[in-house]
Every structure is written in C-alpha cells, then in structure tokens.
Design a protein around this ligand. Sequence first.
Ligand code: ZN
Length: 304
Amino acid sequence: MQVHLPKAWLAFLPPGEEDPAQAGAVRFTITGGAQGLHLFCGPYEQRQFQGVHTYHLPGDAAWAQEVAQAATFGVERLTQWLGPRPLPDAQVVVLALPAGWGSQHLPGLIAQTSAEDGQARMAEVVHEVAHFWTPGRDANRFCDEAVAHYLEDLLVGERDGVTARVAAIAHRMRALGACPEAQRVPLAAAAGHAALETVSRQKGPLALCVLEYGIGRDGVLALLKSWIRSPDVDAADAGRFVRHAGEMLAGLGGFDGRSYLRDWFEAEADPPLDVEGDPEEALCRAASRYTGGQTMGRVKKCRP
Ligand SMILES: [Zn+2]
C-alpha cells in the first residue's frame, strides 16, 4: 500500500496561475501565509475522486509529508493487525481542500482537520485511515465510528507512546462523563438517539478498551479481524457485531462475554466504568468484573 503524493500537487502556484494544460489537476497553493495549503483548482466534486481517499491538510509541504507518513504508518500497522484492507484498489491520496468540507470516508475519504495541535491532527488522519477497515456506515455508528476511534487511539499509542494513548482515553472518559444521557444508551440501540455521537465516539471505544483490559489487545484485534472478514459484516449493524462477539467470547476461558455484552451493548444503564476516575484504574476495575479479578491491560499500569 502506497500513499501517493503527486509531485504536481506540490507545485506551489499562486491563485490564478494554474497551468491550463493541467486543468482539473489538483495542486496545492499557499494562501493566507501561515494559514497553509488550500486547493485552488476549482470546486471540489466528489465524483472526481471516486474511490480516492483524500485528506485536507492545513500546513505546508513538510506538513503534507508528515501527514502522508502518518497515513502510511496507520495503513501499515492496521494491515499487520487486521489483514489487508477490504477495498484494496483504492489509493490513498493526500489532497488539500478548502475549509468547510466535512470528514467522510468512502467513496472519497476527506480528513479535514483544523486542529491546532499537531498530535490531534495526526490522530484525525489515522482515524480516517482506520475507516478503510470499518464496514459501511451503520445506524448505530458502533461498527464504523466506535471501532475507528478505538483503532485511532491504538495507533496514537503505537506512534506517539503510551502516555498519548492514555490521554486520548482520558479525554473520552471526560466527554462521556459530561453526557449522562449517553452513558445510559446501550451500544446496540444507539441509532436515532439524541446522544448518538457521544455514544458512538466515546462510550463505544471505551467499551472496546474495557474488553482489551479483559482479553488483551491481541484478543480485541482478533475479534475485529474475524468480524471484518465475516460474511455478516456487509450489513454492518451492531446487532450482528454483538452476535459475532458473543460467539467468539464464548470460546475464551476466563472472560464472561455474556455479561460484558449485556452491560455495554444491551442494558439501558450507566456503563460499569468510573468515568470520573483515573483512566487505567477505572478500566482495570471495569474489566475485572468479567474476569474474576485478572486483567490484561496493555496500556500502562494494569498488566497480567
Ligand atoms: Zn470516523
């Protein structure tokens, strides 16, 4: 898998000086000085970029290269963890787009990032890369968003160290703690709920973190890998994920998968996680409910 950064795109031309022979080609230009890169080759039309995954990059050429490297890192690590991408034909193209376009994936992936903080921008890039592996958008947003956020945090930890991952988890716990309504929504029934975004982006990845503390990171990745490649995955609904996970967890000794899935995916109750507490201690305690006290946290403090 290559990340393409076409040379022509790094020709920094002032607005209005695009080469007519290259009409329609995508180029970077620097506008607004420190504001960074903006696309100026004409209006973005998604049909131009079918099957192409794109990123919006505020910044300069060096920054574009850094983002390309982050994307490459994400692709390589996820291929190692989850196998080849389900859509092997799509290229990853790094592209600057005007502000105002939302992030999306398939058929064109646009990671539009305006985060000031470099690490947050990188997290957004690897998040969108993670969507290469998530199945199509489901109504619950568990199968796409929750899984992508969990993978995003894993990649941040791999790239920037364990402290960065713990900080990302702490951020999710604070966000979930600030939304009592979202805490009570079962993951398998989040569709259409007013707190859907918080449920899928905070409670969902935290549920996978608790699972990680119970069965280990390799166990969670094995589950995701088998699920992504299962024939059921096309439908991409959380109910199918729960059934798939139930079958797999039932085969593991020492982890009460039935109770875990009930607490997080089915019960209309606060999740058994102290969202106000120290992230790692809270995850250890949450996981130990299903393991009889043994946990396999891979983040920092909680080890078997
Ligand atoms: Zn996403």
